[in-house]
Design a protein around this ligand. Structure first.
Ligand SMILES: [Zn+2]
Length: 144
């Protein structure tokens, strides 16, 4: 691969990641609206998914979990800020939401993408399917 090709593929990857981030944020916040009509922590009702933030349990820098729907919830700005500055409460909330998946996510968060490669195309197809399912299944609120 020439240096020019490498540069082009880096730019492509950045563009793809941006698109996936956007799909992911849309899905997580719409899912929160479906689950409880608003913030998944304090349950404050919101008029639109756009009033929510996407709160990641493990940082977005952990690529192995960046687009894993278990790794994020929709939250109001207040809860998001509170949990990001209270790590012990954040872990407790994470355990409550994730149950048995807590340990699985912990392991994945500490793996590299060499150990667990990411197929961007598959991630995009998967996220689009998740979004479609939200629309196709108007189940209403699900109690947390
Ligand atoms: Zn809240």
């Amino acid at each position: 691969m020439t240096s020019q090709q490498k540069l082009a593929s880096k730019t492509d990857n950045r563009r793809v990641r941006k698109r996936l981030d956007s799909l992911f944020r849309e899905y997580i916040r719409k899912r929160a609206m479906k689950r409880c009509g608003g913030c998944e922590r304090c349950h404050a009702k919101k008029g639109s998914y756009k009033d929510l933030q996407t709160a990641h349990f493990h940082s977005r820098s952990k690529y192995t979990l960046r687009w894993d729907e278990r790794n994020a919830v929709g939250m109001c700005g207040g809860c998001h800020m509170y949990l990001d500055s209270h790590p012990e409460d954040k872990i407790e909330f994470e355990r409550q939401i994730l149950g048995d998946d807590y340990d699985k996510l912990y392991v994945l968060a500490h793996m590299t993408t060499k150990q667990s490669p990411i197929d961007y195309i598959l991630v995009e197809i998967y996220l689009k399917q998740l979004l479609e399912q939200l629309i196709e299944n108007p189940v209403g609120y699900v109690e947390l």
